[in-house]
Design a protein. Structure first.
Length: 351
């Protein structure tokens, strides 16, 4: 059993990690750290065999723990991951991996030195829409892709509760580190590294102290990738809008896993991650002279696949799906995008 400790029990720990460590064979949900009485009560109800401890040190320094999952605020991702690696643990860091590419480089080298896995939780490779898009692109039905646009929009005109760190002017705060890292990883996963980056990252809400809107373009030799997000989108933009020389694919609506997990559903049902037909994407193309105008059934999303691969990699049976170097490249794109936005120009990609 891979004895696992989760640092933090906010949305990430509660929704994206604990349920899967609990149900995927080979893991033991050994410890969760939180000092919030309400969260402690919820943990005892849902995971009665899991020990709750007040802080990260009780997990990092526990010789019985094999794997540490860092779901703390972005300000301490690097420091806690480093401490865990030095303590001889495998480490999963909630995205963003780190706040700087130099921090990411340090973790990667330390992981190699310690002989331990360190990776980021880029779970949106394992959602219905990304899996569907990957299959469509591989099929060649759209021809050569010339334009790819994806949105991660929300409508939150008012501030979150007092103490919500993502809206404070702290390292790693703001929507671009939060949601941008998802969209960047999806793009790099599908198309590889860009040649240049053009970005506008700003705050739209008058009270905002951290960025809450971005429009980022990743440039490729024959393709432009557009990544957009806003916290003032009453009508969200398309989750994916892809145009090629032979056709187009457009999809609205998000993978259903987060919503279902938030409701307390356990991710162990046969139809887990299945989207309703109402949000399947539309494909218009032509194949061997046959015109196609069709709704495409979405693949089932399944975050379990991330943890299954992680387990098998720790046990030496598989190759890591989300490599730390890939997570590091996401951070580098974030850095270049902020540089582009600040300087008002396109910036060439460089490592």
């Amino acid at each position: 059993m891979i004895r696992t400790g989760i640092i933090g029990y906010g949305l990430s720990g509660r929704v994206f990690h604990a349920p899967f460590i609990d149900v995927v064979d080979g893991f033991e949900l050994t410890k969760i750290s939180t000092s919030d009485p309400e969260k402690i009560k919820l943990i005892h109800q849902r995971y009665p065999n899991t020990l709750v401890v007040p802080g990260a040190d009780e997990i990092i320094n526990d010789p019985k723990i094999d794997l540490v999952i860092v779901t703390s605020p972005n300000t301490v991702h690097f420091s806690q991951a480093k401490q865990a690696l030095l303590a001889g643990k495998h480490v999963v860091v909630e995205k963003p991996f780190t706040n700087t590419s130099s921090e990411a480089d340090e973790l990667i080298e330390l992981g190699k030195k310690q002989g331990k896995i360190v990776t980021a939780y880029h779970n949106r490779r394992f959602v219905s829409d990304t899996k569907t898009v990957k299959k469509i692109l591989a099929s060649g039905l759209l021809g050569e892709i010339v334009d790819y646009e994806t949105h991660f929009d929300r409508y939150r005109p008012e501030p979150r509760a007092t103490g919500y760190w993502r809206e404070k002017p702290l390292p790693g705060s703001g929507i671009f580190y939060d949601l941008g890292s998802h969209l960047i990883d999806q793009a790099l996963h599908l198309f590889g590294l860009p040649t240049a980056v053009t970005a506008q990252i700003k705050s739209q809400r008058p009270w905002a102290k951290a960025d809450d809107c971005f429009d980022v373009r990743l440039h490729y030799p024959t393709l432009t990738v557009t990544l957009k997000s806003s916290m003032l989108a009453k009508i969200p933009g398309p989750t994916f809008q892809i145009h090629g020389t032979k056709g187009s694919y457009v999809k609205y609506g998000l993978d259903v896993q987060e919503e279902n997990l938030n409701k307390g559903m356990i991710p162990n049902t046969p139809d887990w991650g299945k989207e309703p037909e109402s949000i399947w994407g539309k494909l218009i193309t032509e194949y061997n002279g046959v015109k196609i105008n069709s709704v495409v059934e979405s693949e089932n999303g399944d975050y379990r696949d991330y943890f299954i691969n992680l387990r098998d990699t720790i046990l030496g049976k598989a190759e890591l799906a989300v490599k730390p170097e890939e997570a590091r490249n996401v951070i580098r794109v974030i850095e270049l995008a902020f540089q582009s936005s600040k300087e008002g120009r396109t910036v060439e990609y460089n490592k």
